[in-house]
Each structure stands twice: as C-alpha cells, then as structure tokens.
Write a protein that binds this ligand. Structure first.
Ligand code: PLP
Length: 467
C-alpha cells in the first residue's frame, strides 16, 4: 500500500515512511492510495475473532508490504495484552437499540491507548529494521501525552519527552505521565500554558539543526498509523451486532476528528454504517459546520470534556479530500484559505454530501452533567463527560428502522472524579492496577517557557541513552 498527500505535492510513500514522518512535506495528511475492501463474505469470516486477531486482519491491508502479517499479529496481541478487560473493547447495552463500546481499558484509561500501544511497537519494529533512533517530542494537555509515554517507555530506539503546562493538568493526568520510570522517558512542566508548550514543540521542529541532531519525530493525531489502529473496533462492534447483514450507526465524541474518521474509513471499507454522529461540547465547530455550513474558528473555551476542547479538527482535511473526490488542488486551496481567513469555504454540494453521512450534535457542560446523572439513575452506568456527550448524541439522533446506535466511550470515569461526583454523588475508583497512582514517586523537571532551555533538556535525555 502506498500513501499520497491530501495536498498533492509530496511523493507517495509506504507505510513505514508514513509512520515515521507523520505529516507530508507539503503540509498535507497522508491517505491510502486506494481503500481496502472487505466483502460480506470477508466480514462473516471475521465474526467472533478475538480482538487482537481482528485488529491484525483489518490493519493488514494498510501495512501492506512494509511489515509481515505475522509481525503485525504479534504486535496486536502484545498491544492489547495489558488491557484491563478480557474483551478489550466490551460492548454494553444501555437500552433498546443503544449500546456503548468502551475504549478505555488500556493503561492510561482513555481511547488513545487503542492506537498508541500499537504505534509504539510499530515504531520499534521499523526503527530496528532501519537501524535508527528517534526522539519523540510532544505537548499535551492530558490524554495524548500519557498514552504516548506508556506506549514508548522502555523501547530501545526511542526517547520521548513530553511537555505539559505546569500545574494546569489534572492530577490523575499528570501522575500518569510522571510516575513512569523508564530511562528513555522525560517530562517537562513548562511554566506557561498548553499553547506555550505547543509553541515550543513547533519551534523545535522548525529548528532544523536541532531537529536533525536528535532526529525529532511526533506521534500526534494526524499520524495515519493511529487512524489505522482505530478502525478495527468499529468492525468489532458492527460484527457483534449483525454486520454485514444488519446496519449500525456510530456516535463519537469528537475533538481532532481522528476517531470518527476511523469510523468513516470502516464504512468506506465495506462495513454497513448507516450514519455517523459527531458529538461536540461548547467548542462546536463541527456541529456548526454540519448544521449550517459554518466552519469558522473561534477561541477555545474550557469545558468538562477537555479532550474535545479544540478550535480546528486537524483530521477533517482527510474527509474533505474524500468529499472533493480526492481533488488535491481543491483541498490545498480550501485549507490554505481556511488558515488565512479562519473560515472554510465548502461548496454547497460538498456540504450536502457531508450531511449525507455525518450528523452533528452539541452539548454544553450543564447538559453533559445532566446526561451523566440520567445515565447513572436509569442504567447504573457511569459515563465520563466525553462519553456522556456521545451517548446523549446517540439518543438525540436515533436512526430508526431498527438500526442500533453504538456510542463510543472514550475515557474511564475515574479520570474525571470531580465531574462524576458533582453529577452522581460518587467518586469512581481507579481500577485495581492503578490504585497506587497517588503513592508512586513523580519525576519531572519544571522549566521556564524558553526554547533553548527545553532543547537542552531534550539533548540531555538523548545523550544519556545514546551509545
Ligand atoms: C482524544 C479524545 C477524544 C477526541 O478524539 P479525536 O480523535 O481527537 O476526535 C475524545 N475523548 C477522549 C477521552 C479523548 O482522549
């Protein structure tokens, strides 16, 4: 399988290159040159497979010649071996026609683990093949940093440094990052905001001397391998509910559009998906787009569901490329003018196409809290604020015709104890394997908001592990 850029001005690459590069050189996002397809007979043959086995089969066409199937299969088995639920992605019925699929049983209790665990092992394999090392640097306001650290800790050919804003992340999130004691992991608390952390990371990538010296790499949500590793659980849910002989709908609490893009890809690959519901909090750029073709950037406001607090959904470019029938020039022009004007001009016909599949939904904090309370009272179910938005969206936009809706539960309620306690009177306990999180020793360095100082810290981490 080869990959092309949504902006059409970068050469095609194979899976291993796309994995290591993340973003294409022309600023576009990589997309598979052709979509793999699973026939109804293929789908029937995958019913009842253990999740790691299913994951390997669904990802295999994307990995193409870059990684042998047996290696991919081992990677999938190892990636999910540490999950806290034997079904890996359990499907739970809340009411007639409404299900949740829990994606939060991984080491950091959020759905990012589903892809990041696979990504760490793919990096290891490809870097060993090429006899190379990389340094992963990232900024985090929460879930991504901890999932990346868990996935990369102890890997021979990778150093990882994660920047978080000092005293501006939740305690659970910070401790998940700072209590991982592997020689290749570094944590910096920057005296500044999340945006300051992101600016430092961007500046490090722009500093070509430094970038080449430490061989910088990233694992952000535009990496195609992360999308590919998120597709299999949509297959798992649909197959369990009767695919290919019965349609399903999915409701996805959305931020950077990576998770719902994976659902769209599953549909494109032959899964019978009737509709995709895109859940937003008050940061509702996607809901506004789907409602009235208004894709305009407004400042981000904090909410109860911080992983959905976004100004722009970076993976939307991939869907735009598809909606434009893969016209890379049109995609590039649309994205460049969006950056310039803060407003995306999507032709009316393309907008109607988007609305044929995607349905937008928005819920503010009061509504989110009410939904958490309602779910707890009605079904004894504890949904975290992100998952509650997805569930509320599924209830608001039923498909009819007996088509079940599956809402994606993206974080464990114990990650958001304050919101849960306010809504239900209960503080959910951390799972037993993490119960000592607050007793573990933390390791991080507090540094000023200064590029040179942070670069020196990255150099020190890399130097310690070289040779
Ligand atoms: C990252 C995240 C999301 C948003 O997912 P996207 O792929 O960015 O749309 C939703 N919920 C939780 C808990 C997350 O960590």
């Amino acid at each position: 399988m080869r990959y092309i850029s949504t902006r059409g001005q970068a050469p095609a690459r194979d899976f291993a290159d796309v994995l290591l590069a993340g973003l294409a050189e022309d600023g576009g996002l990589f997309m598979p040159e052709t979509w793999p397809h699973f026939s109804p007979a293929d789908l029937r043959a995958m019913r009842g497979l253990p999740y790691p086995e299913l994951a390997a089969r669904v990802m295999q066409p994307f990995v193409g010649g870059a990684i042998p199937f047996e290696v991919l299969r081992t990677i999938c088995h190892e990636s999910y071996a540490g999950f806290g639920h034997p079904a890996i992605v359990p499907l739970i019925q809340l009411e007639t026609g409404l299900f949740v699929q829990e994606l939060f049983h991984g080491p950091t209790l959020a759905f990012k683990d589903m892809a990041m665990q696979v990504l760490g092992r793919l990096f290891d394999y490809v870097l060993t093949q090429r006899d190379k090392r990389v340094t992963i640097v990232g900024a985090t306001s929460g879930d991504t940093g901890s999932a990346a650290i868990e996935a990369m800790a102890g890997r021979d050919r990778i150093d990882i440094m994660i920047l978080h804003p000092h005293e501006r992340t939740s305690l659970v999130q910070r401790r998940q990052m700072t209590t991982v004691h592997a020689a290749n992991v570094g944590n910096v608390a920057v005296e500044g905001t999340f945006d300051d952390c992101q600016d430092i990371v961007k500046a490090m990538f722009a500093d070509t001397g430094f970038r080449d010296e430490v061989r910088l790499s990233a694992v952000n949500s535009i990496n195609w391998a992360r999308i590919a590793a998120q597709i299999p659980y949509y297959f798992a849910a649909a197959l369990a509910l009767g695919a290919p002989d019965r349609e399903v709908a999915f409701s996805v609490p959305t931020g950077n559009f990576g998770n719902v893009l994976a659902a769209w890809a599953a549909r494109r690959m032959g899964l019978p998906v009737a509709r995709l519901i895109v859940g937003s909090n008050r940061n509702d750029i996607l809901a506004r787009f789907l409602e009235s073709n208004d894709m305009s950037m407004v400042p981000v406001e904090p909410s109860l569901s911080p992983s959905m607090d976004i100004q722009v959904s970076s993976n939307f470019e991939r869907v735009l490329f598809e909606l434009l029938d893969r016209d890379a020039d049109a995609t590039r022009q649309t994205m460049l003018s969006f950056r310039e004007t803060g407003r995306m001009a999507v032709p009316e016909a393309i907008w109607h196409r988007a609305r044929g599949v995607f349905h937008g939904f928005r819920l503010d904090d009061a509504g989110t809290e009410a939904e958490i309370r309602r779910l707890h009272a009605a079904a004894g179910y504890l949904a975290d604020p992100h998952s509650a938005i997805g569930i509320a969206a599924a209830r608001a936009l039923p498909c009819g015709g007996g088509v079940p809706v599956v809402a994606m539960a993206t974080a464990h309620p114990a990650k958001f104890p304050d919101a849960m306690e306010r809504a239900t009177g209960q503080r959910p306990a951390l799972p037993p394997r993490m119960a000592d999180l607050f007793e573990r020793e933390e390791r991080f360095t507090v540094l000023p908001n200064d590029l040179g100082t942070v670069e020196a810290a990255v150099r020190a981490l890399v130097g310690r592990n070289a040779g």
